[in-house]
Design a protein around this ligand. Structure first.
Ligand SMILES: C[S@@+](CC[C@H](N)C(=O)[O-])C[C@H]1O[C@@H](n2cnc3c(N)ncnc32)[C@H](O)[C@@H]1O
Length: 228
């Protein structure tokens, strides 16, 4: 049945007690896992249509790509890259025929663990960066599967721009803000928000289930956080 989605259930009632130690450990050590060739090829492919000038938007974990399409329509002068590891989601039928899809976007299959590092190594700077409804991994023992506690996370703020993470689990967003704050050396705000026009299928499902949505928005190129 549609619109009966559940808020993640967790024994965890606040920011994980091991989060700070994890983040500091990842900040202090290089992440040495080699990037796979298929992710290198995907990285190159994601920039093949870019003119090298247009501001870049990354929709990280774009799922079926509806948000990538919406972002490309809203920012026609940007090059918009939707990355997801699931070929099945990326190739699922789109709300428009192929011919009507914006020309300033690309959907690419890649593992973000490599893709983010390849962007950072190439000196890529983003204008906007979205991490929309990442898998919450709500079990206490799954902390390091959450993006902000993963060894790749220090590469995310290096890409700059306006970074936004959204979730229906308040603890995920609070942890995301806490981890970012530890990396940036300042407080990073988070908030609940309304989504009258949902950007992604997960956002639509959670909204239609009457859930509160949470987000963290931070301007990595300037000191102030952006409220909207
Ligand atoms: C809960 S879904 C959200 C999808 C979409 N953003 C939305 O809101 O509808 C999380 C997405 O992250 C993708 N994902 C998870 N881990 C990933 C990774 N390491 N690299 C690329 N995509 C990943 C999954 O395939 C999935 O499509």
């Amino acid at each position: 049945m549609y619109a009966n989605s559940k808020i993640p259930e967790s024994a965890q009632q606040g920011v994980h007690e091991a989060l700070e130690e994890r983040v500091r450990k990842h900040l202090a050590a290089d992440f040495r896992k080699p990037c796979l060739d298929y992710n290198r090829a995907a990285f190159e492919a994601s920039l093949a249509g870019w003119d090298g000038q247009a501001p870049l938007i990354l929709d990280a974990g774009c799922g079926v790509g509806h948000s990538t399409i919406a972002l490309a329509r809203a920012h026609p002068d940007h090059w918009v890259i939707g990355v997801d590891q699931s070929e099945e989601r990326l190739t699922r039928r789109k709300p428009y025929p192929e011919a009507l899809l914006p020309k300033n976007m690309v959907l690419i299959r890649a593992d973000l663990v490599d893709y983010w590092r390849l962007c950072a190594e190439a000196g890529i700077k983003l204008a906007r960066h979205y991490i929309l409804y990442p898998n919450p991994w709500p079990k206490i023992g799954h902390l390091t599967r959450r993006w902000h506690a993963h060894p790749v996370f220090p590469y995310v703020p290096r890409l700059g721009g306006r970074l936004e993470c959204r979730s229906n689990w308040n603890i995920y967003v609070e942890e995301f803000s806490t981890a970012l704050g530890l990396m940036l050396g300042r407080t990073v705000a988070w908030e609940s928000f309304e989504a009258p026009v949902p950007l992604t299928p997960f956002e639509r499902k959670y909204r239609d289930s009457g859930q509160t949505l949470y987000r963290c928005v931070v301007d990595l190129d300037h000191l102030e956080d952006i409220p909207s």
